[in-house]
Design a protein. Structure first.
Length: 301
C-alpha cells in the first residue's frame, strides 16, 4: 500500500517453507487436473481434491470435479448420496467457508448437496445464523439463506424476524434490509407503512447519512403510494433541524416535497435545492427539478 512502510523481509526459512507449500499445491493440482481429464473417480484422487479444496476453496474446477465424482458414485449405487457422504460434504464445505466465507464455489457446492437432500434445509438456517454473526454483511450467506429458507418452507414472519434481528445488531446492513423488504407486500396500507417507517426512523435519527435505511424507507413509501408523506416530512424537518449538515435528510426532504406537491412545497424544495448545491457544488446536477430515480433505488430491486 502506498505510504505504508514495509516491514522486514521474512526469514529465509519462512520463504523456503512457503515455496515448498506452493510447489506441493501445484503438483497436487496438476495431478488432479490430469485425473479429471482422464475421468478418474478413485478414492485417492477424491482425497487429493479434498486436500486441494481445503487449501484453496475458491476453485470452481475442483468443485465441479468433486460433483462429477459424487455423481459417479451415485450411479453405481443408484441410491443417491448416503448419509455418511452427505455429512462429509457438508463438513468439507463448512471448513472451506470458515477459511473463505465469500467463496462462490463453496456456497454453490453446499447448496447442490442440500438440494439433493432437502430435509437438511431447516438445519442450514442455524448454520447461516452462525455465519452471519461472524460477518453480518456476507451477501453470499444471505443469498444462500434465502434459498434454503424456501426449501424449508420458512414462514414469512420468521424470515422477517430474522432480518429485523440482524438490523438490531447493525442497522446499516443492505442485505438485511433487502431480506426484510422481500417479506413486505408490494402494496402497503398506511398503517403497515407507518410501522416500518417508524422503526427505520430510529436508525435515521442515530445515523442520518446511512444510505441503506434511506433506500428502505423510500421503498416503503412507494409501496404505500406515499400514504404517510405528511408524517415523514414533519419527522425529517425535525431531523434536519437536529443535523443541519447531514446531506441525506435534505435530499429526502427534497424528494418528498417534490412528490407531495402541496402548498409551500415548491418553495421549500427550491430552498433545499439551493442548500444542497451550495454544500455540494460538484454534484449540482443531482439536485435538479426531479431527483434521479436511481438515487433512491428501491432496496427490494
Amino acid at each position: 500500500m502506498h505510504g505504508v512502510r514495509k516491514g522486514p523481509p521474512p526469514p529465509p526459512e519462512k520463504v523456503a517453507a512457503r515455496r515448498k507449500k506452493a510447489a506441493t499445491y501445484a503438483a497436487l493440482l496438476k495431478h488432479a487436473l490430469a485425473a479429471k481429464q482422464a475421468h478418474k473417480h478413485d478414492s485417492e484422487t477424491y482425497a487429493v481434491v479434498e486436500k486441494l479444496l481445503l487449501a484453496s476453496p475458491d476453485v470452481p474446477t475442483l468443485w465441479n470435479y468433486r460433483r462429477e465424482m459424487l455423481l459417479s458414485r451415485e450411479a453405481k449405487t443408484d441410491g443417491g448420496l448416503d448419509e455418511n457422504e452427505t455429512q462429509l460434504e457438508l463438513a468439507l464445505t463448512q471448513k472451506c467457508l470458515m477459511k473463505q466465507p465469500k467463496s462462490y464455489a463453496a456456497w454453490h457446492h453446499r447448496l447442490w448437496i442440500v438440494r439433493r437432500r432437502p430435509a437438511l434445509a431447516k438445519d442450514e438456517l442455524a448454520l447461516c445464523a452462525e455465519f452471519l454473526k461472524l460477518d453480518e454483511r456476507n451477501f453470499h450467506c444471505w443469498n444462500y439463506r434465502r434459498m434454503v429458507a424456501e426449501m424449508a418452507d420458512e414462514a414469512v414472519e420468521d424470515t422477517r424476524a430474522f432480518a429485523r434481528d440482524r438490523l438490531q445488531v447493525n442497522f446499516s446492513n443492505y442485505s438485511a434490509h433487502h431480506a426484510l423488504a422481500k417479506t413486505l407486500p408490494s402494496q402497503m396500507d398506511a398503517a403497515a407503512a407507518r410501522e416500518e417507517l417508524g422503526i427505520a426512523r430510529q436508525a435515521l435519527f442515530c445515523e442520518p447519512d446511512d444510505q441503506s435505511t434511506w433506500w428502505f424507507s423510500f421503498d416503503v413509501l412507494r409501496r404505500s403510494n406515499y400514504a404517510t408523506v405528511d408524517e415523514e416530512v414533519a419527522a425529517l424537518e425535525e431531523l434536519r433541524s437536529l443535523e443541519p449538515s447531514a446531506r441525506w435528510p435534505q435530499m429526502a426532504l427534497l424528494r418528498l416535497r417534490l412528490a407531495r406537491g402541496g402548498p409551500g412545497d415548491a418553495e421549500a424544495a427550491a430552498e433545499l435545492r439551493d442548500a444542497l448545491v451550495a454544500s455540494d457544488p460538484d454534484h449540482a446536477g443531482m439536485y435538479g427539478e426531479k431527483l434521479p430515480e436511481e438515487f433512491f433505488r428501491a432496496s427490494s430491486s
